[in-house]
Design a protein around this ligand. Structure first.
Ligand SMILES: Nc1ncnc2c1ncn2[C@@H]1O[C@H](COP(=O)(O)OP(=O)(O)OP(=O)(O)O)[C@@H](O)[C@H]1O
Ligand SMILES: [Mg+2]
Length: 506
């Protein structure tokens, strides 16, 4: 039996291209020598799931895979929601447990620190990730704000109006000002060229923008907008940079988090070229505590995530979702995940037992294991694994004793974090505060000019705000296309198209 098992695993987990060793397979609770469970780099763009009850080893698995990817020159982006990933930047330390694990696996523990860049969406230490409202585009923004069709139509008109009138929409302040203007002083002027404006729709959108601001979305919208290529850096030693996005404060701002996720996925999709099948991915994303996105996302956002997860594969991007219960991931997304690393599940309630049964059914049948029973018996740092081989066929289910990470299995100290920050190449680029003249300031100027004109021409009852329309020599679109901001505009156009395509795909 062991010989057949060993052969099944060896055949199932041998790949032509490069692969990462995850551990050794186990049968009847015992480690089987030479039964290596490996992960081929080529199929990492088929995405993955790392699931399991609390404390069973999900984060360590994520750390192990991220380390191996960095070694293989693949950059990584990790969402650090619990704040327990920074240790990747420091070498691990030996202890008896690690020694024991490595001895069993017949490997030598070689501690290593990895190149890490800390990123942030808020005031946490790290290079700031931001995006402008115009980059977001009306389609994506409507999804985030949960707008109906009429409201979405209005938003599209306002984006167009801003394009035509040299009014850059950079942050939420610009958007709010534009909405106020459209519902009041600017209504007549806009209606003349763009058709009817519903004041109540403008009011509703404005209320939703305020809701978003209550989750501190102001921190995210604006300049300097993040260039996605900065996530794909290789260090001087040829190792992929591990970007750690520190978002411990996102648990209380789920809407901001899902907004950011969606924007980033769309950005990756629109910016990167079509790649076909690469030998290794260009970037791998790990989303720890992924239930946070799925629990809070509305239907439109979920549909969008599903579409992007499907399409982004061809751009050479792999996404790994990490969550306690695999049922946290909506079925359409779950069905897109090629790699599954399932750590132990706990059966406390009837509901737990139901979900364990369902989980077991989602795995390939195995003659070696009783999957449903095994799911609750797995030890810490052990997992049930199946993935797609290079032909796209699921590998045999393998109860795996996982290798321990080589970097620190704990966090960095404040001093170590400060040191990392001081060496950052991205912080000087992204952490300057920029608030250049945009829609907010320009509309205020326009209104002031109009009221001054009104005061001067008290005899003329026909003076309107439009009389003060700034004279753009070229349209904003023309100027912007030829300027450094041109890239942003082009992206937002592509994004709008992308929204249309994703609608058609549904
Ligand atoms: N591959 C491994 N090698 C060595 N030790 C491990 C391994 N996996 C897990 N452990 C041990 O188990 C502990 C918990 O693991 P981990 O933090 O990865 O759990 P988790 O599933 O992410 O939990 P949570 O849901 O609470 O985040 C670790 O601190 C470590 O001591
Ligand atoms: Mg964890």
């Amino acid at each position: 039996m062991t010989a057949t098992f060993s052969e099944t695993i060896q055949t199932g987990y041998s790949f032509k291209g490069d692969s990462i060793k995850l551990g050794l397979a186990m049968l009847d609770g015992k480690i089987v020598e030479n039964a290596e469970v490996r992960l081929p780099l080529k199929t990492l763009n088929r995405h993955g799931l790392i699931a399991g009850a609390t404390g069973t080893g999900k984060t360590k698995t994520l750390q192990l895979i991220a380390e191996a990817l960095s070694d293989a020159s693949v950059p990584v982006l990790m969402m650090d929601i619990k704040g327990d990933l920074s240790g990747i930047a420091a070498a691990g330390t030996d202890n008896s447990k690690i020694q024991e694990r490595y001895a069993v696996l017949k490997e030598t523990f070689k501690p290593a620190a990895f190149p890490v860049e800390l990123l942030s969406l808020s005031e946490e230490k790290g290079a700031r990730l931001r995006a402008t409202i115009s980059e977001f585009g009306p389609v994506l923004l409507s999804k985030v704000l949960e707008l109906n069709e009429t409201q979405e139509g209005l938003l599209a008109i306002l984006f167009k109006y801003c394009d035509d009138n040299a009014l850059p929409l950079l942050d939420l302040k610009d958007l709010s000002k534009m909405l106020q203007y459209a519902g009041n002083e600017g209504k007549a002027e806009i209606e003349k060229e763009y058709g009817k404006i519903s004041t109540s729709s403008a009011g509703t959108i404005l209320r939703k923008v305020i809701e978003l601001q209550q989750q501190d979305a102001d921190l995210f919208f604006g300049e300097t907008s993040f260039d996605i290529n900065d996530l794909m850096r290789i260090d001087d030693n040829g190792r992929g940079v591990i970007n750690i996005l520190r978002i411990t404060d996102m648990q209380t701002r789920p809407k901001l988090f899902s907004t950011f996720m969606l924007q980033m996925l769309a950005e990756l999709y629109t910016t990167l070229p079509e790649e076909g099948d690469l030998d290794r991915p260009k970037l791998v994303l790990f989303i720890d505590e992924a239930h946070l996105i799925f629990n809070e996302a509305n239907k439109a956002l979920l549909d969008q995530i599903e579409t992007i997860v499907k399409l982004i594969r061809s751009k050479g991007i792999g996404i790994f979702f990490c969550t306690q219960n695999p049922m946290d991931v909506p079925p359409p997304v779950l069905s897109q995940l090629g790699l599954k690393v399932q750590h132990a599940l706990r059966a406390f309630t009837a509901n737990d037992r139901k979900s364990i049964k369902q989980t077991a059914q989602n795995y390939p049948e195995s003659t070696f294991y009783k999957t449903e029973d095994l799911l609750t018996q797995l030890g810490i740092g052990e997992a049930l694994i199946t993935l797609l081989n290079e032909k796209g066929i699921p590998t045999p289910l393998a109860h795996t004793y996982m290798i321990a990470p080589r970097s620190r299995m704990d966090i960095l100290s404040e001093v170590e974090i400060n040191d990392l920050i001081s060496r950052s190449k991205l912080i000087p680029k992204y952490n300057r505060i920029v608030d250049r003249e945009s829609a907010y300031e320009l509309l205020n100027k326009k209104l002031n000019a109009a009221s001054a004109q009104n005061a001067n021409q008290t005899g003329s009852p026909h003076a309107t705000a439009s009389a003060a329309k700034p004279k753009a020599e070229k349209s904003w679109l023309e100027t912007a296309m030829n300027s450094s901001a041109g890239k942003q505009v082009q992206r937002s156009i592509v994004r709008t198209l992308f929204g249309v395509i994703s609608k058609m795909l549904k």
